[in-house]
Design a protein around this ligand. Structure first.
Ligand code: P6P
Length: 319
């Protein structure tokens, strides 16, 4: 029985024991994510001191300046996920193509991840995070990354904020673990997270208002008229974490400049949509459920509206 303070490893093992056919592979896979993100957390915590601030002098597949912490986080995840032997393939926001670890031939899973999302906030000490999405190997090639979000075996994020929290789901609810740096363990702090049916907060970059569809403008204007609170950090992991805990709506819509929105399906929209739905909320592109979208490419972007089911229902009436 899960109790506050239970460590993540024991929680994962107890979850595994509930499945007679479990081989322990997912446990090893999740443990590799845990180890890599603990090390990333230690580096993020000392970013201001260890000269890892600033640019790495490179540009990634998204055309974004690569920050040193981005590069380090990506390398750490590649190393630990590969070493685990549980992953047939790895897809990263920082890599144009998927990589297939030498010792992953027998791996039962593929993983897509954003090693350090929100990295433009690194130099100003604002929350950033790691997001991951795990699918089963089906065909043993790159197609395995292009499965619908509803088929995820596990998804989660680590938010490096006032504390470091790992929040994940394997399809049986959502649980949050807070890193206790004094013992270097993630301890259960938020068991069975449920998102409120309605929340009094909306989270969207209003700097793009003039480029939005008129129906979206009408919806946001209605929220304002009601005095709904606006909260926008500009770091998806932080904005979604607040939405998961407090309720409300997070949105990164398409606009006249970004016809498919800005956020990536495989390692942002899909894992976050999975968590929000597992917590009782909804996640949509505005046209269809995010978890039903069949990906066409690794770095495909989609419009994102996710949060409390009551709020998303109202939003869809406007759209
Ligand atoms: P904007 C960070 O760069 C990111 O990918 C997400 O973490 C965040 O939600 C979004 O972009 C913020 O974008 O255009 O509002 O700065």
């Amino acid at each position: 029985m899960a109790h506050i303070g239970m460590d993540l490893n024991r929680f994962i093992l107890e979850e595994e024991r509930r499945f007679a056919r479990a081989t322990g592979s997912l446990t090893l896979a999740l443990t590799a994510v845990e180890t890599a993100t603990k090390i990333i957390s230690a580096n993020v915590r000392m970013a201001g001191l260890a000269n890892v601030l600033g640019k790495a002098g490179k540009v990634n597949v998204q055309g974004e300046e690569v920050q040193k912490l981005d590069e380090m986080s990506n390398s750490l995840l590649i190393q630990h996920l590969s070493d685990s032997g549980q992953f047939y393939g790895l897809a990263s926001e920082e890599l144009d193509e998927a990589v297939f670890p030498e010792n992953g031939a027998e791996g039962r899973y593929v993983i897509s991840f954003d090693p350090l999302d929100g990295s433009s906030n690194i130099d100003v000490n604002v929350n950033i995070g790691t997001i991951f999405s795990i699918h089963k190997v089906v065909s043993g090639n790159e197609e395995d990354f292009l499965q619908e979000g509803s088929l995820q075996v596990a998804a989660g994020y680590v938010v490096y904020g006032s504390s470091t929290m790992l929040v994940y789901s394997t399809g049986r609810g959502v649980n949050g673990f807070t890193l206790d740096p004094s013992v270097g363990m993630f301890l259960l702090s938020h068991p069975n997270i449920r998102i409120p049916e309605k929340g009094g907060i909306y989270s969207i970059n209003e700097g793009n208002y003039t480029m939005w569809d008129s129906r979206l403008k009408k919806y946001i204007d209605t929220l304002k008229a009601r005095g709904t609170k606006a909260r926008y950090i500009g770091s998806m992991v932080a904005d979604v974490h607040r939405t998961l805990i407090k309720g409300g709506v997070f949105a990164y819509p398409a606009d006249s400049k970004n016809k498919s929105g800005k956020l990536r399906l495989l390692y942002e929209a899909s894992p976050m949509g999975f968590l929000i739905e597992q917590a009782g909320g909804r996640a949509t592109t505005g046209v269809e459920d995010i978890l039903k979208v069949k990906p066409k490419s690794l770095h495909q972007r989609v419009p994102v509206f996710l949060g409390s089911s009551g709020d998303i229902g109202e939003l869809l009436e406007f759209l």
